[in-house]
Design a protein around this ligand. Sequence first.
Ligand code: SF4
Length: 122
Amino acid sequence: MKQEFTCIVCPVGCTLTVDEENHQIKVTGNQCKRGLEFGEKEYTRPMRILTTTVKIEGSLHKRLPVISKGEIPKEQLHQCLQALYELSIKAPIKRGDIVVEDICHTGVNIVASRGIEPLIND
Ligand code: SF4
């Protein structure tokens, strides 16, 4: 079986062709070793870093940017995004705080990409 992917490891964006024959995976079109690894992984088990925002209460800001502390299987991204969409957290929050532990049983934590101060009541 043959599949084509665009390598997203760097801005060059090489077109990779992954060919599997007799359980042997062959990647072509890559200009470097990182593309080779990406092509193999993309073919066997595609993974992605997740970045999005979640609702935050008690702050001037309405949304908190968050990021996964590791890669998540691509097929679970939608489920994870849905879980984060339904979440609402309270300020204050510090950069790097865990917002969700082991999101959707992926073993990956979601952390705050920035700190958010609470509203100050006079
Ligand atoms: S194969 Fe190498 S050079 Fe090409 S996009 Fe991937 S990382 Fe960049």
